[in-house]
Ligand binder design. Structure first.
Ligand code: NAP
Length: 298
């Protein structure tokens, strides 16, 4: 059996087209577009390349994009003032502070200063609480888990009553995706188990999964014999396992032994090109949502 590939690169294009069409329609009817500010402190090359990709995507969608770059030496107080400025700027609907921040700045304090109604990353405790309650309370689901759920839905995988096993319990992937899958509603209604480093017999849990979401950061952690035949496997892991002699670029592997797993699973995400492209896409969707909340049309 060869699994159906769930390609994030294709799903991203579908969603970006949908967002683009909505942005045009809202602009015509209401005369406004979504506004996103990205605050970058310092010159971390990985942060710069990530922010550049966000800017490119926002531009393509017709958003107002503000890139606010601050020196490494900015004080915590001044950064908090800057966030306050954007909290009060009506043209800005999403505020994003690129992490990591320099050591002299308390990241938690900075992230918690963002207005929860502009927290399009969905990490503010208010939004974590809203996600936990579920239903109409949810404003901004965190972007990577939202992307995972969207992929599962668009791949046509049945979630209602499905056994979902999530490997990993981080606040950015494992816990929120588990929480989202157990809520009442479409693309959810699943029976969820979370496994982690203290779990006994992880293999037995994984073998039960109709949908297996793996976010551990350990290459080839999930062996093919752990996969239930026909299961949907979402590999969130991104592991740099070497450098290509040909291109000089990093070789990326997921947390699942892809070549063997694809012969057993019903559907599977590749690495790269699977979950990766979904995160920025869902960030854009959350920013559009924020504008729609503001206009009372969400
Ligand atoms: P994290 O904060 O390091 O959490 C990893 C989780 O996996 C922890 O809960 C840990 O358990 C568990 N774990 C680690 N090794 C394990 C093992 N041998 N057996 C069972 N559980 C194990 O990582 P994260 O931020 O969630 O990210 C996970 C992976 O996803 C990384 O490769 C990351 O690069 C990738 N990622 C990709 C995207 C994207 O594609 N857009 C976004 C975010 C993350 P304990 O809690 O017990 O330590």
């Amino acid at each position: 059996m060869t699994a159906k590939l769930i390609k994030g690169t294709e799903i991203r294009e579908e969603i970006l087209e949908e967002i683009s069409a909505e942005v045009k329609a809202i602009k015509e009817k209401h005369g406004v577009v979504p506004g996103l500010v990205t605050i970058l402190v310092g010159e971390n090359p990985a942060s710069i390349s990530y922010v550049t990709l966000k800017i490119k995507t926002a531009d393509r969608l017709g958003f107002t994009e503000v890139q606010d770059t601050q020196p490494e030496t900015i004080s915590e107080e001044d950064l908090l003032k800057l966030i306050d400025k954007y909290n009060n700027d009506d043209k800005i609907h999403g505020i994003l502070v690129q992490l990591p921040l320099p050591k002299h700045i308390n990241e938690k304090k900075v992230l918690n200063a963002i207005d929860p109604d502009k927290d399009v990353d969905g990490f503010h405790p208010v939004n974590v609480g809203r996600l936990m309650i579920g239903g109409d309370e949810v404003k901004f689901p965190p972007c990577t888990p939202a992307g995972i759920q969207e992929m599962i839905i668009r791949a046509g995988v049945e979630t209602s009553g499905a056994e979902v096993v999530v490997v990993g319990r981080s606040n950015i992937v494992g816990k929120p995706i588990a929480n989202m899958m157990l809520q009442k509603g479409p693309g959810a209604n699943s029976t969820v188990t979370i496994v982690h480093t203290r779990t006994k017999n992880m293999e037995e849990h994984c073998k039960r999964a109709d949908i297996l979401v793996v976010a551990a950061g350990v290459p080839n952690l999930v062996k093919p014999e752990w996969i239930k035949p026909g299961a949907c496997v979402i590999d969130v892991g991104v592991n740099r396992v070497g450098v290509s002699e040909k291109t000089g670029k990093a070789i990326l592997k997921g947390d699942v032994d892809f070549d063997a797993a694809k012969e057993i699973a019903g559907s599977i995400t590749p690495v790269p090109g699977g979950v990766g492209p979904m995160t920025i896409t869902m960030l854009m969707k959350n920013t559009l949502k924020s504008l729609k909340f503001r206009l009372g049309i969400a």
